[in-house]
Design a binder for this molecule. Structure first.
Ligand SMILES: [Zn+2]
Ligand SMILES: [Zn+2]
Length: 298
C-alpha cells in the first residue's frame, strides 16, 4: 500500500498544537513577563556573549545539522558529530529531528504546490491582500494547522540510524537543557545569581523566539520577495539582508536549485556562515565528502 503523506492522531495533533503554542506564543509571553517584572538587570557582557554564542550554535544545529547534513546529506560527519549537531538543532526548539526533516523534505518535493506544508504562494491570489495572507500562513499559521508529514515516508533512510533515533526520541530533554545550560554558564562566569536568572527568563526565550522567526522567514519571505540566481518551478528567492543572521539559509533560491550542495552561497557577495562552519569541521577532520556544487553564474 502506498504510504500516506501525513500521519494523524488526536494525541499527535495535541502535541503539535501545544508545541506551537509554547514556541510562538509562550516565548514572547515569557519575555513580556520578564520585562513587566523588571527582570532585565544591568546586562553583563558575559550574558550577552552567551546569548550570541548559543544563538549561533543552535542555529548551526538547524542549518548545518537538521538541514544540510540530515535532510540533504550534503556531507558526512563522524557519529558523535552527527549526534552533537542533532542535539544543537533540538535546542532551537523547532521540533524533533524526524518531524523537522519530514516536513522539510515534503517542502522540497511539493515546493509551492498543494502539498507543500508551508508555502505562501498556494494561498495567495497575486494581489497585496493575497500575498499578505500567504505571508501569515507560511510564517505563523501553518505551524498550528499543518498535517504532520509521515516520517516513515519522508525519513525512511534516517529512521534506521540509531543515533538519530536517539536524538529524535530525546528531543524534550535537549530543548530543556538548551534553556538551562546558558544560565549555568552565565553563573559560572559572573557568579551573579540574578544575572543567571534573568538569562534563564529572558535570553533563552529571546534566542528561541528569534531563531524561530528567522527560520520562518525562509518559509515565508524567501518564497515571496528577493532576487533569483536561477529560474525554478517554485518561487524560491535569495534574501541578502537575512543571510548573516540566518547563517546562509536565506540564500534559498540557490538552495532550491542545488539542494544537495553543502554551500548555499553561489556568488562572491553572498554570505554563508553555515558553509563556513562545515569547512571548519572539514579542516578539523570532523566532516568529509563535502558536496559543493558549482553554479552556472558564480
Ligand atoms: Zn523553500
Ligand atoms: Zn532544504
Amino acid at each position: 500500500m502506498k504510504d500516506k503523506l501525513y500521519v494523524f492522531s488526536a494525541q499527535l495533533n495535541a502535541v503539535k498544537v501545544i508545541h506551537a503554542v509554547i514556541l510562538v506564543i509562550g516565548m514572547p509571553v515569557i519575555i513580556a513577563l520578564a520585562l513587566a517584572y523588571d527582570l532585565i538587570l544591568p546586562i553583563h557582557p558575559a550574558a550577552l556573549a552567551v546569548l550570541v554564542v548559543f544563538y549561533m550554535l543552535t542555529f548551526w544545529g538547524i542549518t548545518v545539522g537538521y538541514h544540510r547534513l540530515i535532510s540533504h546529506k550534503a556531507f558526512q560527519v563522524t557519529g558523535w558529530a552527527e549526534v552533537m549537531l542533532g542535539i544543537l538543532g533540538s535546542m532551537a526548539m523547532q521540533g524533533p529531528v524526524f518531524y523537522w526533516v519530514a516536513n522539510h523534505r515534503r517542502h522540497h518535493r511539493y515546493a509551492d504546490k498543494e502539498n507543500d506544508p508551508h508555502s505562501p504562494v498556494v494561498t495567495e491570489g497575486g494581489h497585496l491582500l493575497g500575498r499578505l495572507k500567504g505571508f501569515f500562513y507560511s510564517h505563523l499559521v501553518w505551524i498550528f494547522s499543518h498535517k504532520v508529514s509521515n516520517p516513515m515516508l519522508f525519513c525512511k533512510d534516517l529512521v534506521k540510524n540509531p543515533r538519530l533515533r536517539f536524538v529524535s526520541s530525546t528531543y524534550k530533554l535537549w530543548a530543556f537543557l538548551g534553556l538551562v545550560i546558558p544560565p549555568v554558564i552565565d553563573y559560572a562566569i559572573t557568579r551573579d545569581s540574578r544575572s543567571a536568572f534573568s538569562t534563564f527568563m529572558y535570553f533563552g526565550p529571546i534566542r528561541i523566539f528569534f531563531s524561530y522567526h528567522i527560520t520562518s522567514c525562509i518559509n515565508s519571505v524567501c518564497h515571496l520577495v528577493g532576487y533569483r540566481n536561477y529560474s525554478s518551478a517554485d518561487n524560491s528567492r535569495n534574501v541578502y539582508s537575512l543571510s548573516l543572521v540566518s547563517l546562509g539559509e536565506s540564500l534559498h533560491n540557490n538552495h532550491h536549485r542545488m539542494p544537495a550542495s553543502a554551500k548555499f552561497s553561489h556568488r562572491w557577495f553572498e554570505v554563508d556562515l553555515g558553509y563556513a562552519f562545515i569547512r571548519a569541521m572539514e579542516l578539523l577532520g570532523i566532516a568529509r565528502n563535502v558536496n559543493v556544487l558549482t553554479s552556472e553564474k558564480a
